[in-house]
Design a protein around this ligand. Structure first.
Ligand SMILES: *Cc1c(COP(=O)(O)O)cnc(C)c1O
Length: 832
């Protein structure tokens, strides 16, 4: 345990201010103020770079609980040390050097073999592969990813502890003088010089100078591995080390290396090599390297040499070669099911790598909750309880809300992760057996597993091409349409968006969430239960319920849902309930010509009297009416009469109430047709979902929903044969190709689309529906479309067949088609 009070002696510094707690110990090294994990044990080095100055972040770090600091200028402590009464400050000539010195001392405590890797290319891959190949024999400590810089190397080597039996660290430099410092930190006993690229390095005057500088890493190694065919590397090695301290291999100079390599056979995905070792013992073996490209072959051969030198049995070397996998150099963000995003890090899983990956997770834009799918953490050298307590701490500091733990060890340590949002599986197969796509929604999921857990299978199921019938909802298009309608409003006019009927079939929560993000003013649903669902999912916008039943008043109260009141009976119910306990404000619906729900002009006198009498018990949020014919120009006069009636009625009601309220009359079509009558608010519905009901501005909207299905089978019909039930698919005198599609009327595909009523788009071409539409499937004639096969996608509606066209074909309206898409059809939300 390193005490802060020991620090000045170790890093050639002076104690400027002692911390109030003299027992403070250094556990974590911190260089980036955004990455405070466990503040209490962190020592911050205020490092200066070309672009930044660590001293600027001291107040922020102090506020977050960091108490141990190394600075290289007392005068740059903002406000002076007194501004940080509990903190300790050690002043050093150079903070970066102090970091390196501290870690060099840490490294010197351990006597295990440490292998240093440098070279122009392949450092990280050789490191990862060698770790894979040595892991059955050793407990390894290695640099996470490509942590090979002046700061990355010390942070990596700091992780070395008593339990490790082997270290592998990579070193990369860009200027003269840098390698000696990294060598002092790594103190390698073994080395690999991977290769030398031709790229010109600005920091060096010549390739020879560059190679000599890099070679400094190996000044004190016992054995250096390199390929003899790189002449410059060979020359530099000969200068620095005598031959007894090298282990070389060659394809071009077989007589001059320890090992001669001959390629016997190269196929598209593997290379067979003969490996003839001359020294110390002559022996010859054949290996198959599971890669075909030159760089991978070279990288694999470096690793193979280390195993040969360690006298691992050839059959065992082959087994380990077989298990090598390409190394993912970057974390990738992948779009997955149910608007989830996957951060794919399925290649290794040690503690240092976990913390890096969690940092990456935190940097992603927030999309729903943060989830981690994590395998057993390997190679930590820590006992289970301590290890998983540390993991749990990391999850907490990175705001991970849900954990899926896979593996016997992490499952055994489940107690380290209290809380409902942790689940455990003994292995990957058990997880996959239980997997249901709808368990994951709207999450950013970090998938982090050790190689042997095969987590790429998990990523694959998240990304699987979604089979069967899918309603794809394009959230970007939805936002575009929202903004189009907004651009039509006077500034200050509020926007209520109708998310009734599962947001017109599109998925109420996802749509509502997006609308909340984009600051709609109000939402409206038909029934109280729809509102309750939205509230339970975290929607906090004001919500109007258009059809509240009297028995739902308790829910209205509990979830703050505002009822629409459209009759004297409903008003009496409201007043009765409000006498017991206050209710959210109401919206009064006025019937100006729809003749459906609402108070008419004849009701007005009685209504005003009631409102006046009960002023104390009720609060009105708005007055609304609804046009009967906004979408059709032929009803313009009638619509104007409705609007005029609304304008007459509203002031009388406001007078009775004694205050003014929001007034709104227009739906999507009305917004376009009656720009002078937007009142205080409009009610956007179908337009948001991409249908411009007046037809005047259709081009300004983007289609939001695409209903697509797949071809289950393709059949050839001989002349005279019929298709499907009741033999309605008419026989013809020529041979036809018929594709059976995985959609039927139970999915919402109307029976009226049968027998030529509808068309789908397959491979960019129209195919008419033949025969009757069945419950779960229907058939399309694909005779003229080349290459149709099972698994092909068929668009039912979307960009190529508009909802408006399809609705017109069976004499209905887009609203009905959208809301008919049944629950069993998966919704997939896409966004850039
Ligand atoms: C559904 C609904 C709307 C929205 O109508 P669209 O034609 O979809 O824009 C507006 N007002 C009321 C009262 C509604 O029920």
């Amino acid at each position: 345990m390193l005490l802060y009070s020991d620090l000045p002696a170790l890093v050639d510094g002076t104690l400027l201010q002692a911390p109030t707690d003299p027992t403070l110990a250094v556990q974590y090294l911190l260089l980036d103020s955004r990455r405070v994990g466990v503040a209490a044990g962190s020592l911050f080095f205020a490092i200066r770079g070309a672009q930044h100055n660590g001293h600027r972040y001291l107040p922020e770090l102090y506020q977050r609980g960091v108490r141990q600091f190394v600075v290289d200028s007392a005068s740059e402590i903002p406000g002076g040390p007194a501004a940080f009464p509990e903190a300790g400050f050690v002043v050093v000539p150079n903070s970066l050097r102090a970091l390196q010195e501290l870690v060099a001392r840490h490294r010197a405590q351990f006597r295990v073999p440490v292998l240093g890797i440098t070279g122009s290319n392949g450092k990280t891959i050789v490191k990862e592969w060698l770790a894979q190949m040595l892991s059955p024999d050793e407990l390894l400590c290695k640099s996470p990813r490509s942590y090979n810089s002046q700061v990355g190397v010390p942070l990596s080597v700091w992780e070395l502890n008593r339990t490790h039996t082997f270290g592998i660290f990579e070193a990369g430099i860009s200027e003269r003088g840098e390698m000696a410092r990294l060598a002092a930190v790594i103190q390698p006993t073994l080395g690999i010089f991977t290769n030398l690229g031709t790229a010109h390095d600005a920091g060096f005057s010549s390739a020879a100078e560059k190679v000599a500088e890099k070679m400094q890493l190996f000044r004190h190694v016992d054995t250096l591995f390199y390929c003899r065919d790189h002449a410059l590397i060979h020359a530099a090695a000969q200068q620095l080390l005598d031959a007894s301290r090298t282990f070389t291999w060659s394809r071009q100079h077989p007589q001059e290396a320890h090992v001669a390599v001959t390629v016997l056979e190269a196929t598209a995905d593997r290379t067979v090599v003969r490996v003839a070792q001359r020294r110390p013992l002559p022996q010859e073996h054949t290996f198959t390297v599971p890669f075909a490209d030159e760089p991978s072959l070279e990288n694999a051969l470096h690793c193979l040499m280390v195993l040969l030198w360690r006298q691992v049995a050839p059959a065992e070397i082959q087994r380990r070669l077989d298990r090598l996998h390409p190394v993912a150099m970057r974390l990738e963000m992948k779009q997955a099911l149910n608007d989830c995003y996957i951060l794919d890090d399925t290649y290794n899983n040690d503690l240092a790598g976990l913390s890096l990956a969690l940092d990456a997770l935190v940097r992603q834009p927030r999309r729903g909750r943060r989830t981690l799918i994590l395998s057993d953490v390997l190679e930590s050298g820590l006992a289970g309880p301590e290890l998983y307590a540390r993991v749990a701490q990391q999850l907490a500091t990175h705001g991970v809300e849900r954990l899926v733990g896979i593996g016997p060890d992490i499952s055994a340590s489940a107690v380290a992760f209290p809380g409902a949002s942790a689940e455990f599986y003994p292995d990957t197969a058990a997880f996959l057996a239980d997997f249901r796509p709808d368990q994951f929604r709207h999450e950013t999921i970090l998938v982090k597993g050790a190689r042997r857990f095969g987590f790429e299978r998990i990523v694959a199921v998240f990304q699987q091409k979604i089979h069967g019938t899918v309603l794809e909802v394009n959230l970007d298009a939805l936002v575009h349409n929202l903004n189009f309608y907004r651009s039509r409003l006077q500034p200050g006019t509020k926007l209520m968006v109708m998310v009734k009927a599962f947001a017109y079939g599109s998925g109420s929560y996802e749509v509502a969430n997006l609308l909340q993000f984009h600051r709609a003013d109000y939402l409206a649903v038909a029934y109280a239960d729809e509102g309750v669902d939205l509230r339970q999912q975290g929607i906090s916008l004001p919500l109007m319920v258009m059809n509240p039943s009297p028995d739902s008043f308790q829910k209205l109260r509990q979830y703050h849902l505002e009822p629409e009141i459209y009759s004297f009976e409903a008003l009496a119910d409201y007043l009765r309930a409000a006498q017991e306990q206050p209710l959210p404000p109401m919206h009064l619906k006025l019937d100006t010509g729809m003749r459906r729900l609402g108070f008419t002009e004849e009701d007005l006198e009685e209504l005003c009297a009631l409102l006046q009498t009960h002023r104390a018990q009720l609060r009105v949020a708005s007055l609304l009416t609804h046009l009967a014919g906004a979408d059709e120009a032929q009803h313009n006069d009638f619509s104007r009469q409705q609007l005029a009636a609304f304008s007459r009625m509203a002031p009388q009601l406001e007078a009775a109430l004694g205050y003014s309220v929001l007034k709104h009359a227009l739906n999507s079509a009305g917004i376009i047709r009656f720009p002078d009558s937007h009142f205080d608010m409009v009610r956007l519905g179908i337009g948001l979902y991409g249908v411009e009901a007046t037809g005047q501005q259709q081009d300004a909207l983007y289609p939001v929903s695409t209903l697509q299905t797949t071809v289950s089978q393709v059949k050839t019909l001989a002349p005279g044969q019929t298709v499907g039930y009741s033999r309605r698919g008419q026989a013809t005198d020529y041979e036809r190709r018929i594709a059976t599609l995985a959609i039927g009327y139970a999915d919402g595909y109307d029976r009226r689309f049968g027998n030529g009523g509808g068309e789908v788009v397959i491979r960019g071409q129209r195919a008419p529906i033949v025969g009757n539409v069945c419950m779960d499937m229907c058939m399309a004639d694909v005779t003229g479309i080349a290459g149709v096969q099972a698994g092909d996608v068929a668009e039912v509606f979307g960009p190529n067949i508009t909802l408006t066209e399809l609705a017109g074909r069976i004499g209905t309206i887009p609203y009905e088609l959208l809301t008919n898409v049944s629950d069993r059809v998966k919704r997939v939300f896409v966004a850039e």
